[in-house]
Design a binder for this molecule. Structure first.
Ligand SMILES: NC(=O)c1ccc[n+]([C@@H]2O[C@H](COP(=O)([O-])OP(=O)(O)OC[C@H]3O[C@@H](n4cnc5c(N)ncnc54)[C@H](O)[C@@H]3O)[C@@H](O)[C@H]2O)c1
Length: 390
């Protein structure tokens, strides 16, 4: 279902994204791409004046341009049910996610939160309890899981097409941090060098968690042990900007996740390879419309993103908007996460239970796993402590 098919648009409240904020604007584009949602309210900055002033750029009316997320939650709760927002999207620095998400869920609003879910294991456990006790849906935007061919890869693995899984390698490699003047004030995201706001994981939290989520999403496996080694090379801050994590899974599969923001010339080179006893697959986000499957002695198979091809599997087909050959990419994948969340919100509004089998959006469990992955990597790397049990 690409559009809302006669149903009313869901009403969105946005926290963060004002001024030069990056991902808040992406959330709005993704949430509204299929005309299933309309942005009606926002608290877009930690500064109340900037927050209200930024709202006009997003088309938010003045009476719903709030000075803080507390004001937004109170203001929206006091509106009649047929006016108030249905869900809140959180696009703010990491240390604010827990407080905003918990307040929104406790007020009965569904939540779409950006990653990493939060900055400590105790916060993650607290969020898990609030989600469990709430009457609302929680989703986390590990948006790369929205790509059609990532979903195709997931279905291929689940069908046994690769055989028993031997190994998985996921890399997220960037280079922008090289050469950054340590005294320069970044035009946006200065909080990312402050451990109190960002958390103790630098590039690990920023991009390593996306690579780890892809491993779990495609293989369906959670590691039993983690061993990590992280370094800080850039002089930009003291947090990691390069790291590896080895993963061991109970089934005997071995894994490796690498993250870097100091690899010259690399942009958003997220890739994953899965080796099985029968075949291997490779997918790269910078060429997201092709998935490669190889088997010894056979020609390489290239799956194109093409909803009309017989080889396209159901979850890949339903993640496409355009015929094959018209490239789809970052915004569409992000919008697929929203589309899945919306179908659960609509199910919820009809009094039905969310359908976690049909819906592939990252959940509170993925959020907790992401924070646990960070925690285990920090512990393992800090004191050369070796393998850490999951
Ligand atoms: N899913 C992705 O691909 C992706 C990409 C980039 C960032 N992120 C995540 O999104 C979050 C934001 O990152 P960013 O790069 O957009 O940061 P940013 O610094 O560009 O933007 C942060 C925004 O939050 C606002 N803000 C800060 N505190 C606030 C508060 N208390 N209330 C309301 N607004 C507040 C700021 O004014 C700014 O507009 C982080 O958690 C980051 O890890 C995810």
């Amino acid at each position: 279902m690409n559009t809302r098919q006669g149903q009313r648009p869901l009403r969105m409240g946005l926290i963060g994204g004002g001024g030069s904020g990056f991902i808040g604007q992406v959330h709005v584009t993704a949430a509204t791409l299929d005309r299933q949602a309309t942005l009606v309210a926002g608290a877009l900055s930690s500064n109340p004046n900037k927050s209200r002033a930024s709202a006009a750029e997003f088309g938010i009316p003045p009476d719903r341009a709030y000075g803080s997320f507390h004001e937004l939650i109170q203001g929206e709760k006091s509106r009649p049910p047929d006016e108030r927002i249905d869900f809140i999207s959180i696009a703010t620095p990491n240390h604010t996610h827990r407080e905003i998400a918990c307040a929104a869920l406790e007020a009965g609003f569904h939540v779409v939160c950006d990653k990493p879910m939060t900055i400590s294991m105790s916060d993650a456990d607290a969020m898990f309890q609030v989600v469990r006790n709430s009457n609302a849906i929680f989703a986390l935007t590990h948006n790369y899981s929205g790509y059609p061919l990532v979903r195709q890869a997931r279905e291929l693995v689940a069908s046994g097409a690769l055989g028993d899984l031997i190994a998985v390698r996921a890399n997220y490699v960037q280079g922008w941090m090289h050469g950054m003047d340590p005294d320069a004030v970044p035009s946006r995201g200065a909080w990312k060098s402050d451990p109190d706001k960002n958390g103790l994981a630098g590039s690990l939290g920023d991009i390593g968690t996306h690579a780890f989520h892809l491993v779990q999403f495609i293989t369906g496996m959670t590691p039993s042990r983690v061993l990590s080694h992280m370094r800080s090379y850039s002089n930009h801050h003291q947090l990691d900007d390069y790291g590896h994590a080895m993963l061991q899974f109970d089934a005997g599969t071995t894994g490796l996740v690498t993250w870097s923001q100091v690899s010259h010339g690399r942009l958003n080179d997220l890739s994953i390879e899965v080796d099985g006893s029968k075949a291997s697959l490779t997918w790269r986000q910078e060429e997201p419309n092709q998935l490669y499957v190889r088997a010894l002695g056979e020609p390489t198979r290239i799956y194109e993103r093409n909803p009309n091809a017989d080889y396209s599997l159901p979850t890949a087909v339903s993640a496409c908007r355009l015929p094959g050959g018209h490239p789809e990419a970052f915004f569409e994948a992000f919008a697929n996460v929203y589309r899945d969340v919306f179908s659960d919100i609509r199910r919820f509004m009809r009094g039905e239970k969310p359908d976690s089998k049909k819906n592939l959006y990252p959940s509170i469990i993925d959020g907790v796993n992401g924070v646990r992955f960070i925690q285990r990597c920090l512990e393992s790397s800090a004191a050369d402590a070796g393998w850490r049990a999951w």
